[in-house]
Design a binder for this molecule. Structure first.
Ligand code: ZN
Length: 314
C-alpha cells in the first residue's frame, strides 16, 4: 500500500487518499465505494478486501443510503487479485468476516489456501452479493479475473465503451476464479470460450451476453450510473431488498450456489496440483508472467490479475 500514486483522472472527482485502499462517500441516497489502488489498476490485496467489506457494511447501516455504486479509481476498474504488487499481503492476518473458519496464517498447504480463499474470495463475494441494498458496478477499462468477481456480485453493471473483461486463469491451470459465476453470467457456451481462450471481450459483447446492463461513452459513465442509481433510490427500500433477494434465490435455484461450491473444489485441486508439481500454487505465474503467457488479445495487459500467492493465495 505504500508509495502509491494516483495515475490519470479518477472516474469520480475526489481528492485522492492513496493510503486508503477503498474510499467511501455519500452523494444523496447513493453511497459511492471506490477501489483506490490506481497505480496497480486496483489489484485487490486483503487490505482492500476488508476495507471494501467495511465500506459495504457502512452503506448497509446508513439509513439514508438506498443504493451503492462500486467504482474503480483511475483508468481501470480492477485488474484482479494482487499477485505481485508491493502491497501484496497474502500472509497477513485480518479479522475474518465472511466465514467461520480459522486463520490461514501459520497453516500450510491446502489448509492455508482453502481457509484464505474461502474467506477473502468466495466467502466475501457471497456476503457482498447478499447486501440488502441494490449495488451497481461502474466499470471502465480492465475488469479482469478477480475484478470480474467484484462486478458480478453487484446487481447491475454499467460499462464504459472502453471496458474489457477476461478470466485468463486457465493459463495457470486453474479453471476460473474462485467465485465461479461464469455459466450464469455468460451462458455456458461463451463461458467456455472465455475460459478456454482467456481472451478479453469488450463491453458491447458483454452487453450482448446480458452480462452488463448498459454501455455508455466513458465521459458519461458516472452520470449514467448515478442517474440509474438515483432512479432506483426512489423505490421502497424493503421492496428493493425483497426483489434483490427474489432474483438471487432464483439464481441459486438455477444452481449457482451449489455449482460454485462444487467448482471451488476443482479450483483447489488445481492449486494443489500446481503446488505439488511446481512448488507454486499459481504455477509460477505472477502478473508479468500472465501477461507474457497470453496472446496479443488476452485480457492480462494489467499489473495484477488473479489471485495471490505461492503460500496461501491464488
Ligand atoms: Zn484460488
Amino acid at each position: 500500500m505504500t508509495g502509491e500514486i494516483t495515475q490519470g483522472q479518477p472516474p469520480m472527482p475526489e481528492e485522492p487518499a492513496p493510503e486508503e485502499p477503498v474510499r467511501y462517500e455519500q452523494r444523496g441516497a447513493v453511497a459511492l465505494v471506490t477501489l483506490n489502488r490506481p497505480r496497480y489498476r486496483n489489484a485487490q490485496n486483503s487490505a482492500m478486501t476488508y476495507a471494501l467489506d467495511a465500506a459495504f457494511a457502512r452503506a448497509v447501516n446508513t439509513e439514508d443510503v438506498a443504493v451503492i455504486v462500486l467504482a474503480g479509481a483511475g483508468d481501470h476498474f480492477c485488474a484482479g487479485h494482487d499477485i505481485g504488487t508491493a502491497g501484496r499481503d497474502v500472509d497477513v492476518s485480518f479479522d475474518r468476516q465472511a466465514v467461520l473458519w480459522w486463520d490461514h496464517v501459520g497453516k500450510a498447504g491446502a489448509d492455508a489456501r482453502y481457509a484464505r480463499e474461502m474467506e477473502v474470495y468466495l466467502g466475501m463475494c457471497r456476503r457482498w452479493r447478499e447486501i440488502p441494498k441494490p449495488a451497481i458496478a461502474m466499470v471502465q477499462g480492465a475488469c479482469i479475473a478477480g475484478g470480474l468477481m467484484l462486478a458480478w456480485v453487484c446487481d447491475l453493471i454499467v460499462a464504459a465503451e472502453d471496458a474489457f473483461f477476461a478470466d485468463p486463469v486457465v493459463r495457470m491451470g486453474i479453471p476460473g476464479v474462485e467465485y465461479f459465476a461464469h455459466p450464469w453470467m455468460l451462458g455456458p457456451r461463451f463461458a467456455k470460450e472465455a475460459l478456454f481462450t482467456g481472451d478479453r471481450f469488450d463491453a458491447q459483447r458483454a452487453y450482448q451476453l446480458g452480462m452488463v446492463n448498459r454501455v455508455v461513452p466513458r465521459a458519461e459513465l458516472a452520470s449514467a450510473t448515478f442517474a440509474l442509481a438515483e432512479r432506483i433510490a426512489t423505490m421502497p427500500p424493503f421492496g428493493l431488498a425483497l426483489a434483490k433477494r427474489a432474483v438471487n434465490q432464483c439464481e441459486d435455484l438455477m444452481g449457482m450456489r451449489p455449482g460454485m461450491d462444487s467448482v471451488f473444489g476443482l479450483h483447489h485441486v488445481a492449486h494443489a496440483h500446481n503446488a505439488e508439481v511446481s512448488g507454486d500454487s499459481l504455477a509460477g505465474l505472477d502478473a508479468h508472467g500472465m501477461k507474457n503467457s497470453g496472446t496479443k488479445n488476452s485480457g492480462t495487459k494489467n499489473s495484477g490479475t488473479k489471485n495471490s500467492g505461492s503460500k496461501a493465495g491464488g
